[in-house]
Ligand binder design. Structure first.
Ligand SMILES: *Cc1c(COP(=O)(O)O)cnc(C)c1O
Length: 485
């Protein structure tokens, strides 16, 4: 961060110079082009990336906010929905929208099912979502934003959702059930059919979060790997989210959210007719919607095509096999559960061998390593670009394990897993306020908070003492509940 606060320059700067400067800003970024990163960037091929940029640029200025002004975007969004609905074996009743990413898809589905149950079961005052603990954290974000309580059921020993535990978590407040295909942490596929059947029996909608696998799993049977149905073929599945900007190899800012029928989509619609600015409405969170990601998503599906995705799936699975075999050949390490695609978690099965210390050693070799907690593990998301580095990575992993085994004191120095955040924190004692402060320090460094906002929320100091005390008691109780969930 600069000491001096940045201001808009008096006179506009030279555009060529600016581009050069921006290029130089990247010097400290992770080297994804060299296959040093295992998440955050999904690349099909450098040529495809160039094509995506062209498609994106064609609709750089267009705005999806008004679909009648830009019929082009509406057309591409609808065709993208149709292509995805077909891929997930939906019929012509399937309806949905393109969103800005998996998080927005999950925010919307939680909002939708909450709104839906408000209409259908208005006596529910504390709505709850039931999901396995391996469900993506965006579900927790959605619950926090929309005042829904997440009820997370423990996974089985196989690192998949446990149908019995899920069923036990259902109660009269349940507004929806979410499972993953596959889950982000372990790459394991939840037993979708069993859990969807429970949901159907209880009259609760079941969402399949296929953000990671939606555009990968369907190709596996064509690559000689069977996989149980997870999509609209399964009765009881009411909606599916799938990220276009992951294994569909679209540009960032594109995911899809599909419902089995239009009636299910309805409760996600915002429509206001009394605003002084005129009638206004939409299906997604954003107002202004950039055209680029929609255009690039449409273009990606059409440019790669079924054969391209199948070939890619074969390639990624071959790479995944190499990583799994390589890990299996290193004593002290194991892959957790049975991952179904190129996503896996690697843990230690040797007492005293700290996988975080191993990860630190890998980082010293210039690898960017994602970490999981519960259980502690290294996380991999594989793409075609990782073919070239597989052997080097595994060799470094073997050496890292040997180093850590020889120097157990390294275990105490390991850093903590912060998915989506590249900062390092001491392993122990990450509490919510640490993370809150870390985020605020990143975006608002050196800013002061006044005493009121720094404190836990103290509602209206002008209220009578007894009312304030009641609010304090309620806030403490809510905080306690959150920690114990
Ligand atoms: C990536 C992912 C998400 C969140 O998607 P974003 O595009 O990062 O917002 C949700 N669920 C799963 C299973 C994911 O892999």
């Amino acid at each position: 961060m600069t000491e001096q606060r940045c201001t808009i320059p008096e006179v506009g700067e030279n555009r060529e110079d600016l581009l050069r400067r921006m290029e130089s800003f990247r010097a400290g970024d992770v080297r994804w082009r060299e296959g040093r990163v295992f998440s955050l960037v999904y690349q099909y091929s450098p040529e495809h990336t160039d094509f995506l940029k062209q498609a994106h640029n064609l609709f750089f200025s267009e705005n999806g906010l008004n679909p009648t002004a830009f019929r082009s975007l509406l057309r591409m969004e609808r065709e993208t929905i149709e292509m995805a609905a077909d891929l997930f074996h939906g019929d012509e009743q399937v309806a949905g929208c393109v969103t800005s990413g998996g998080t927005e898809s999950l925010l919307l589905v939680v909002l939708n099912y909450r709104n839906r149950m408000r209409k259908r079961r208005p006596w529910i005052r504390r709505p709850e979502i039931v999901a396995p603990e391996s469900v993506h954290v965006a579900v927790m974000k959605a619950c926090e934003y929309f005042d829904v309580r997440p009820r997370l059921a423990p996974c089985g020993k196989d690192f998949r959702a446990d149908p019995a535990a899920m069923e036990r978590a259902i109660n009269r407040n349940t507004i929806g059930i979410i499972v993953s295909a596959p889950c982000y942490p372990y790459g394991t596929l939840d037993p979708v059919a069993e859990i969807a059947a429970i949901a159907e029996r209880r009259g609760i909608p079941c969402h399949v979060d296929a953000c990671l696998g939606g555009f990968f799993l369907p190709w596996l049977p064509h690559a000689g790997r069977e996989i149980p149905p997870f999509d609209f073929r399964v009765k009881g599945v009411s909606s599916i989210s799938a990220d276009l900007h992951k294994y569909a190899y679209a540009a960032k800012g594109a995911s899809i959210l599909l419902y089995r029928n239009r009636a299910l989509l309805r409760h996600q619609v915002f429509a206001e007719v009394n605003w002084c600015g005129g009638a206004y409405g939409g299906l997604t969170l954003a107002g202004t919607r950039p055209g680029g990601p929609i255009a690039a998503a449409w273009a990606a599906l059409r440019a790669v095509g079924k054969q391209g995705y199948i070939e890619n799936a074969k390639k990624v699975m071959t790479i995944a096999d190499r990583f799994r075999q390589g890990v299996a050949s290193i004593p002290g390490l194991q892959v957790l559960g049975e991952p179904v695609m190129g996503v896996m978690a690697i843990g230690s099965n040797e007492p005293g061998l700290s996988i975080y210390a191993v990860a630190d050693q890998m980082e010293k070799q210039g690898w960017h390593i994602d970490r999981l907690q519960r259980p502690e593990a290294i996380h991999l998301i594989l793409n075609p670009g990782h073919e070239a580095i597989a052997d080097a990575w595994l060799e470094d992993l073997r050496k890292a394990v040997e180093t850590v085994r020889a120097r157990p004191e390294l275990a105490g120095e390991g850093s903590a897993p912060l998915y989506g955040l590249m900062a390092r924190m001491p392993v122990r004692g990450i509490v919510r306020s640490n993370l809150e402060n870390l985020l605020l320090d990143l975006y608002a460094p050196g800013h002061k908070e006044d005493a009121e906002s720094a404190d836990s929320p103290e509602p209206g100091s002008d209220l009578p003492g007894i009312v304030r005390a009641w609010f304090r008691w309620r806030a403490r109780r809510a905080a306690g509940r959150k920690q114990h969930d």
